[in-house]
Design a protein around this ligand. Structure first.
Ligand SMILES: [Zn+2]
Length: 839
């Protein structure tokens, strides 16, 4: 008993002493520190690691450092969705600061393909970023120490480092997520730190702090740049073209520390071999530093450099070297692990050590890495020269907004493009002047262009950490053609602008709006919200010499809540705001097809939408939908938590969306409630795994194909890879569509590209008209799929719509809203909502 007491006493002392850590635990002790530089504690009120830093305190410290140090300047580059500042510290010697813009210009100039560049006196540029996943906070907390060290350390070593390195210091890649996690970890902390993994401190509530405000994984957005945090970051990246970019993460509590290189065979083939060799060279510095502090680590066993949308991979296609760090997570302040008690300060110290070893490597490998970047762009230039005369064209006369948004991504990546000189046909598609852009291949960022536009279906490895395809024109479902002649190149687009659209005139009879433009759902929703009547055309017709497609919206002028003048004024505002054209017509008599008074124009009702969120629901998929409605279409959705459905009055909604989910997400009571609601006339829309729940609860008679893959000649060691190869991590598939079906209104081609990251294969309905979207016989457009899965996919369908009582159930196997950049399939969801009565 005495012994037990003694043991308890010692344990408690250890645990309590975790609160008493001082700066010497973290910082090198072989240098002196400038007393005029504020320590983190003097500003934030506690020692680093005692509490999780909140973003507001982090901002406070960043400004305090910048004020006190002539080695640091600070820049506010914009705001997150929650209005937190997106800061950047530029850290280098005061001497370099005096002519920082010349340094930057010289650095960029060296990437412009000049044949000779003298790198001997050029500083190397290192971009250090922390905690892009907000609940992996040891990075951002270590950032406080790294910034302090760089500002306060004295002596020859730091002076030499800062003379040779320009550090772009991004203290928090994900401010909103960091704040959310800090709240959780801090509010659940006990004075007597408790390492029991079952303590509440270590299991965050849904959706957790990993993601940003709309629950996006920000470490997938470096290439699509759809989110404000990435937009600021990518602007800095292209402004500086850093040589090294580091990305500090956390992984499972029982792990140790990982630094790249990752699995060599899973490097994207467009990344030069030398990139990985230099990564290995840099790794030696991390290894040495970790050996010194006695921390375990590993390399090359997992993580990869394939998808260019990640922070450690994006630099690799832009002449830089991206480095991923992964630290075992304390996920709070202290936790038991396979490697003993893992404390938050220990995790922070490892991250701090890696931040410093990166800079040490950068300083020592400076000329080699600068030369690598120079050659990267020089070689890219000679590849581009071989493609002189060739270009890529994309566009859609019927959808200027989607065309604009793809062009916007190119602009953010400093890819040059032009208007087309005249209308022309390529790849069987007509490209219209004013509605198309053309990208000459012979330009600086030609490798990035290839990475964004290529379709790839063969791979060295069959395992992917993330998606295997992201071909942008397919994600946008835009017409495009590669290898077209630069004879079609018109003036360069220096300022990208939306096409001006409006109402063609005031009418006393009716207005017509075709449904192809991306923002038409936003317009229609606002019209219905005003209590105005609108109808949808179930058939095509022509009027005043114009062909109107399926899905055209009719807004009659008479008998509306607004008089004709006010209606015109409203529609004109909406047309301009949403960049859509609305035609004023003075007659209901068409030249061909249905007249405007036909019953084939169906009345539309205002959507009242609930989105199921919370435990059991995949937060990414839910966030994509929330973001889509809230930021693109200005449509209000009620986020209905799985915990509160039981108390909610479902009759307030005519549409309920259940994103991808674990089937356990909904209780029996809630299930019954939803079934009753559908039977009373509701439209229930579900995605991916939710379809299995639909089937098991008899909400919809869905039939799935079973894929059996037998393991032949697979060893025990190979079993993981064998199973992994059957995963569809994310690839792009082609489907044929029946354009006369309301789910496809607004699509002008007979084929569509779909994003799929599931192995749910749904059998078609026996009536062909109930299968408006069908995979083609050779459906893979881009990305990896195993042969058994590809064989299974053929002849299946991504969508079924089933009746239940007075309502219906809409079942999607594929994600129509993937990561905010799949603009091309958003309309399928909008159609399911606005035309739900006609499906
Ligand atoms: Zn992470």
């Amino acid at each position: 008993m005495k012994k037990l007491f003694l043991l308890c006493f010692i344990c408690c002392s250890i645990l309590q002493s975790q609160n008493e850590i001082d700066l010497s635990y973290y910082l090198p002790q072989d240098v002196t520190y400038n007393q005029n530089i504020p320590t983190p504690k003097s500003v934030i009120g506690h020692q680093v690691g005692k509490w999780h830093i909140t973003h507001d305190k982090l901002v406070q410290y960043a400004y305090a450092l910048a004020n006190a140090s002539d080695r640091i300047t600070i820049e506010d580059r914009g705001k997150t969705f929650e209005d937190r500042p997106i800061l950047l510290l530029t850290i280098t010697s005061p001497k370099n600061h005096q002519h920082i813009d010349d340094i930057r210009k010289e650095h960029i100039n060296a990437t412009n393909g000049n044949s000779s560049v003298n790198t001997s006196s050029m500083p190397i540029v290192v971009y250090q970023g922390f905690s892009i996943h907000g609940n992996e906070p040891s990075g951002a907390n270590a950032g406080l120490l790294a910034a302090y060290y760089l500002a306060a350390a004295e002596g020859d070593a730091i002076n030499e480092l800062l003379d040779n390195v320009v550090i772009l210091f991004d203290p928090s890649f994900n401010p909103d997520g960091l704040q959310r996690f800090a709240y959780w970890a801090n509010t659940n902390k006990s004075i007597n730190l408790n390492p029991d993994p079952s303590d509440r401190e270590y299991s965050e509530v849904w959706p957790g702090g990993r993601t940003n405000h709309y629950w996006f994984d920000m470490n997938r957005d470096w290439l699509p740049v759809q989110l404000p945090e990435s937009r600021a970051r990518i602007a800095t990246f292209h402004k500086w073209l850093p040589n090294i970019v580091t990305d500090h993460h956390e992984m499972g509590t029982n792990a140790t520390f990982f630094f790249q290189p990752g699995i060599p065979s899973r490097t994207h083939p467009l990344t030069p071999k030398l990139n990985q060799e230099l990564t290995k060279g840099i790794a030696n510095y991390h290894a040495k530093a970790f050996d010194k502090i006695g921390s375990l680590y590993y390399t090359e066993e997992n993580f990869d450099d394939f998808y260019y949308g990640k922070g450690s991979t994006f630099p690799d296609i832009n002449g830089g070297i991206g480095i991923l760090f992964e630290q075992a997570s304390a996920r709070g302040h202290i936790q038991e692990s396979d490697n003993g008690i893992l404390t938050f300060p220990f995790a922070i110290r490892n991250q701090f050590t890696a931040a410093l070893s990166t800079l040490e490597a950068a300083k020592n490998m400076r000329e080699e890495i600068l030369a690598y970047q120079h050659n990267f762009f020089k070689n890219a230039r000679s590849e581009a020269a071989k493609e002189n005369g060739k270009a890529i064209v994309f566009g859609d006369e019927k959808d200027a907004a989607k065309t604009y948004h793809l062009a916007e991504i190119l602009k953010r990546h400093q890819i040059k493009f032009n208007e087309i000189k005249q209308d022309f046909t390529a790849n069987g598609k007509r490209f219209k002047k004013g509605y198309s852009y053309i990208i000459p291949k012979n330009q600086k960022n030609t490798r990035l262009i290839n990475a964004m536009f290529e379709k790839r279906t063969t791979f060295q490895d069959s395992l992917f950490y993330d998606i295997s395809a992201w071909t942008f024109p397919l994600a946008f479902n835009l017409d495009y053609a590669e290898g077209v002649s630069t004879n079609n190149v018109g003036t360069e687009v220096t300022k990208l602008e939306f096409k001006n659209r409006n109402v063609t005139g005031q009418s006393n009879y009716a207005y017509l709006m075709e449904w192809h433009e991306y923002y038409t759902p936003k317009v229609l929703n606002k019209i219905l919200n005003k209590g105005l009547r609108a109808k949808v055309a179930m058939k095509q017709f022509s009027l005043n010499g114009k062909q109107y497609d399926y899905g055209t919206i009719l807004i009659p002028v008479q008998n509306q809540k607004l008089n004709s003048k006010n209606l015109y004024s409203l529609l004109n505002d909406l047309a301009q705001e949403s960049h859509v054209q609305i035609d004023a017509v003075s007659t209901g008599l068409t030249q061909k097809g249905i007249d405007l008074g036909s019953r084939q124009f169906r009345n539309l009702q205002k959507p009242k939408i609930a989105l199921i969120v919370g435990d059991g629901i995949t937060s990414y998929d839910a966030g994509e939908i929330w973001h889509l409605f809230d930021t693109r279409y200005d449509i209000t959705v009620t986020k209905l938590d799985t915990k509160t459905i039981a108390n909610a009055d479902l009759s307030r909604y005519n549409t309920i969306i259940i994103p991808n989910s674990r089937t356990s997400g909904l209780s029996e009571v809630n299930t019954k409630k939803i079934i009753t609601w559908v039977k009373n006339g509701g439209t229930l829309i579900g995605y991916k795994n939710t379809l299995k729940w639909f089937k098991s609860k008899k909400l919809a008679k869905l039939d799935f194909k079973k894929v059996k893959v037998r393991a032949k000649n697979v060893t025990f060691e190979e079993r993981g890879n064998f199973r992994g190869a059957q995963v569809i991590g994310g690839a792009i598939f082609e489907a044929e569509i029946d354009r006369s079906h309301p789910i496809n209104f607004g699509y002008k081609n007979n084929k569509i590209a779909l994003f799929r990251n599931t192995t749910i294969f749904m059998k078609p309905d026996s009536s062909s008209y109930n299968n408006p979207i069908k995979y083609t016989n050779r459906p893979i457009l881009s990305g990896y799929i195993s042969k058994p899965n590809l064989d299974s996919l053929r002849g299946t369908v991504p969508l079924q719509i089933k009746r239940l009582g007075k309502g219906k159930v809409v079942a999607f196997t594929d994600n129509t809203n993937f990561r905010a950049f799949w603009y091309g399939t958003n309309k399928l969801l909008m159609n399911a909502i606005f035309f739900r009565e006609e499906l």
